[in-house]
Design a protein around this ligand. Structure first.
Ligand code: GLN
Length: 542
């Protein structure tokens, strides 16, 4: 029998449901169980791909090319899973498929309604997530906050699942904020109580409540949450602020949450093993070195825009006992105040992330230029790769005003251009080059020495690429393209062998980075930053 755990949130969004869901999965996984995860996003978009990162944080890309909510990234990192597009449900996907069935005649003669047609579609998809991978448990996180209008059909669907799957196979977790008043230091549980009431109004009584608070809740707050939530005190847990989010499963397990869930769902598990996870957490919180990284980007005001990149840098740091301090710098600043570029001297490494459109690109090009000319370790990802090519074309090859046609369609030297298969595409949703594609690395290069194998599969999300017409001039001036697509026609990695560490990739290594198994390009970059700071010679290419 598959077990279903549902996670809802109250009081406000961004309360940490994604980390909590991932942490519950981790507690179960540590006990030898096999969880999978579904994220429900009640917005009408089919996927996150068409949303501005400033509104929604980064778009997480799955192996199969899904452009999903960033919480899938947390599930993948915590549980070391490779999820699929189907693990992310939105109002858009659900309605689209019901409407298609209606047009097809599947409901002939009927009036198609939210209950049962929409709710049935939601339940089918949650059940299907278990079937896809033969999971023991499906964790379903309902995005947004209880009480949102658009979340109602999803809550109704998960309510029905208790009736259909049985009490012993379903479990509701509700997480809500418990703020602490500045003035009195008091823990306030009233907003949480209201959100539980809202959930009950819909017909869902939580089995457990997790208080999200800055510090461990006190006995009085715990008593009130249990009393007004109609659950025993032993069913109340607290997720307080930790040094790193990777501690959350350990914190909750120590409070007994893992055992509580297993008992209640009659899940058989004899032992638990957190050793590898604990080792990673220890490396994160007891570093021996520290590096400062300048992330020069376009969405610097919202760090969630770069969450997978941030985590990949930290995974890389943990693997060489290094604390990674990232400054999120607005690229446009270097356009308005070009003299500020020399402030990058205060950093051990320069990182240029993904991006779209012209805004901030000249600032990022200036950052790539600074790193190259001053031999500061540099890593560029996707747009960062393309902008490094532009910088090299302009300043080394002498191709004045070289650019990407995404930025300047009339550039005299369009060294980055639209991929041939992208021409003529006008629809914006899910039309980029997406997901995992094979990359072939050349032996005897930095790329090969970092990844340690000739063939890798890395995730992509782009429309533009290196224009093959400029390959000869770039190469003859010293830019090495060391990773390519199987047919050799797409440039995937670049490096400058005479530099301490200057590397960029068209693909996004961060999406496959895991605690204890960092993305090789991120690890290589952080290790180079530390080694250079410590005055060590450049690592030999193997
Ligand atoms: N804007 C560039 C492209 O579409 C880079 C995309 C990215 O950084 N993800 O090719």
């Amino acid at each position: 029998m598959v077990k279903y755990i549902f996670v809802t949130g109250g009081v406000l969004s961004s309360v940490g449901k994604g980390i909590l869901t991932s942490s519950i999965g981790k507690m179960l996984q540590a006990r030898g169980l096999k969880p999978t995860v579904v994220k429900i996003d009640p917005y009408v978009n089919i996927d996150a791909g068409t949303m501005n990162p400033y509104m929604h944080g980064e778009v997480f890309v799955t192996d199969d090319g899904g452009e999903t909510d960033l919480d899938l990234g947390w599930y993948e990192r915590f549980l070391d899973l490779s999820l699929k597009q189907e693990n992310n449900l939105t109002t858009g996907t659900i309605y689209k498929s019901v409407i298609e069935k209606e047009r097809h005649g599947d409901f002939l003669g009927r009036c198609v309604q939210i209950v049962p047609h929409i709710t049935n579609e939601i339940k089918n998809r949650i059940r299907n997530a278990a079937k896809m991978v033969n999971a023991d448990i499906v964790l379903t996180e309902v995005g947004g906050t209880v009480g949102d209008i658009e979340g109602l059909p999803f809550l109704e669907a998960i309510r029905q699942m208790r009736v259909e799957e049985g009490y012993e196979n379903t479990f509701y977790v509700h997480v809500a904020l418990v703020p602490i008043l500045d003035v009195t230091g008091e823990m306030k549980t009233k907003p949480l109580q209201h959100s539980v009431n809202e959930l009950r109004r819909i017909g869902i009584q939580p089995d457990t409540i997790v208080a999200r608070s800055p510090t461990m809740i006190d006995a009085e707050a715990l008593r009130k949450i249990a009393l007004f939530g109609t659950i025993p005190e032993s069913a109340v847990f607290c997720s307080y602020n930790a040094e790193t989010v990777y501690q959350v499963p350990l914190i909750l397990d120590k409070q007994g949450m893992g055992d509580f869930i297993c008992q209640r769902l009659a899940l058989k598990c004899e032992s638990k093993d957190f050793s590898a996870w604990q080792q990673f957490v220890d490396a994160m919180i007891h570093p021996e070195h520290e590096v400062k990284i300048a992330l020069v980007g376009k969405y610097a005001g919202l760090t969630d825009s770069y969450v997978s990149m941030t985590e990949a840098l930290r995974h890389g740091g943990a693997a060489c006992k290094t604390k990674v301090c990232i400054s999120y710098l607005e690229a446009e600043k270097y356009e308005r105040e070009p003299q500020c570029i020399k402030d990058l001297a205060n950093f051990d490494g320069v990182f240029v992330p993904y991006g779209f459109g012209p805004r901030g690109t000249e600032g990022k090009i200036a950052a790539a230029n600074y790193a190259r000319e001053n031999d500061v370790p540099f890593l560029g990802i996707c747009y960062g790769f393309q902008l490094a090519v532009i910088e090299f074309a302009r300043n080394v090859c002498g191709l004045k005003d070289a650019n990407s046609t995404e930025i300047n369609p009339d550039s005299p030297y369009p060294v980055i251009d639209l991929m041939p298969e992208q021409r003529g595409i006008e629809i914006k949703g899910a039309t980029m080059r997406l997901g995992a594609h094979k990359v072939v690395l050349q032996k005897g290069t930095l790329a090969y020495s970092m990844f340690g194998q000739e063939e890798i599969h890395e995730r992509h999300r782009h429309r533009f690429e290196v224009n093959l017409d400029y390959l000869d001039v770039l190469k003859s001036n010293g830019l090495c393209f060391t990773g390519k697509s199987s047919d050799g026609r797409r440039m995937e990695t670049l490096e400058l062998p005479d530099k301490y560490f200057y590397f960029a990739s068209q693909f996004h290594g961060e999406f496959k980075s895991r605690p204890g198994r960092p993305s090789p390009e991120y690890f290589g970059f952080i290790q180079a930053c530390v080694n250079k700071k410590l005055g060590k010679p450049k690592a030999p290419i193997s």
